[in-house]
Design a protein around this ligand. Structure first.
Ligand SMILES: Nc1ncnc2c1ncn2[C@@H]1O[C@H](COP(=O)(O)OP(=O)(O)OP(=O)(O)O)[C@@H](O)[C@H]1O
Ligand SMILES: [Mg+2]
Length: 348
């Protein structure tokens, strides 16, 4: 059965619980809250900025619940036009619309006995909010084009990067539905509010990507670890993961890592796009510069930092490579491999 863009993957499996929750008081509170509510049938709302781990927590809750015997179905609300979303989510009967040659069950039925994870719930169109309200109230729904009411036993978890309450206030989200989905709220703190977890996360990602890509980078010097701890991380754990992944994949040195942190904008595309007053031209220029920087780094790396060879491969003069390196702030030589740091509780 084709179910895309809903997914039925439990993503948290790969992440050890100690890493998933870390050690900060806010995350420890969250952990005990999760353990208390996972096995109950109350709907859960997970709020947190992008990249804070909402998906991971949702699948963790599913795994710890009696609904884990059936599927975890993730529905990305904005990924599909609302007209289509209704029929995909609730299914349809034969002849319900042109092209509906056969009846088809929707994701709600697919998740029967399991968990339905509605991601970016605030993007759900108002007519669908009404149908979801009914599902939450009495577990009933009807397929598109169908008269019969059907029952589904699903655990509902919702996630929103925005405060849903605010969406209610501006009239984009039904208040009655808000109270239904918001029985238990799990608020994930941004990474900048749990900086003491950064060293452990760093070691975890270095280890993970070293293994995955067969590299031998064993750690960072405390000075760089501190740099990571003090960075703002607008893209949260996803951004940290991406930076460390790039670092491992490129087999780069810490100077490059330093540069990546300086190139702050490269990791906040959504912020840039949403900022009013930023011209399209400057955004495009910034993006092009970032791509160029990545390509140059890659080519330098594959040529063992031999700039002549790299310039040849890039089909530019040695001189222009030199200027590009300078403008991009890339060190013109690969620094010596740096030593292993004792990773402790550096941070705030
Ligand atoms: N607590 C964590 N421990 C380890 N890795 C994490 C943690 N939280 C997030 N990650 C990593 O960060 C990435 C983003 O996580 P996730 O998709 O769960 O975030 P999200 O809050 O759902 O983001 P978005 O709002 O963009 O959907 C994933 O690749 C995941 O591996
Ligand atoms: Mg998500």
């Amino acid at each position: 059965m084709k179910i895309s863009p809903a997914e039925t993957v439990c993503a948290h499996d790969a992440v050890p619980e100690a890493i998933l929750f870390g050690a900060t008081p806010a995350m420890q509170n969250l952990r005990s809250r999760v353990n208390r509510v996972a096995a109950t049938d109350v709907p859960i709302l997970i709020e947190g900025e992008s990249g804070t781990g909402k998906d991971l927590i949702a699948s963790f809750v599913h795994a710890r619940s009696p609904w884990n015997l059936s599927r975890f179905v993730k529905v990305s609300c904005p990924a599909i036009p609302s007209a289509l979303l209704e029929s995909e989510m609730f299914g349809y009967e034969r002849g319900a619309f042109t092209g509906a040659k056969e009846a088809k069950p929707g994701w709600v039925e697919l998740a029967d006995g399991g968990t339905l994870f509605l991601d970016e719930l605030s993007e759900l169109a108002l007519p669908l909010q009404a149908k979801l309200l009914q599902l939450l109230q009495d577990g009933q729904f009807s397929r598109v084009g169908g008269q019969a009411q059907q029952k589904a036993n699903v655990r509902i978890i919702c996630a929103s990067p925005q405060r849903l309450e605010e969406q209610v206030r501006i009239g984009r989200f039904r208040e009655d539905l808000f109270y239904r989905v918001n029985v238990v709220t799990l608020r994930l703190p941004p990474l900048r509010e749990r900086r003491q977890d950064i060293p452990a996360l760093t070691m975890y990602f270095l280890d993970r990507y070293n293994t995955k890509y067969g590299r031998g980078l064993s750690g960072l010097r405390p000075v760089f670890l501190r740099r990571l701890c003090l960075h703002d991380w607008p893209g949260n754990i996803r951004e940290l993961e991406n930076v460390l992944k790039t670092y491992v994949v490129l087999d780069a040195d810490e100077a490059v890592l330093d540069e990546m942190l300086d190139g702050h904008k490269a990791y906040e595309p959504e912020r840039t796009a949403n900022t009013s007053g930023v011209s399209l031209k400057s955004m495009t220029r910034e993006a092009a510069r970032e791509v160029e920087r990545k390509v140059i780094l890659d080519v330098l790396q594959s040529n063992n930092w031999n700039r002549k060879k790299a310039a040849r491969q890039l089909n530019i003069s040695y001189r222009s490579l030199f200027y590009k390196l300078r403008d991009a702030g890339i060190p013109s030589k690969r620094a010596l491999p740096l030593t292993i740091p004792p990773v402790s509780s550096e941070g705030d």
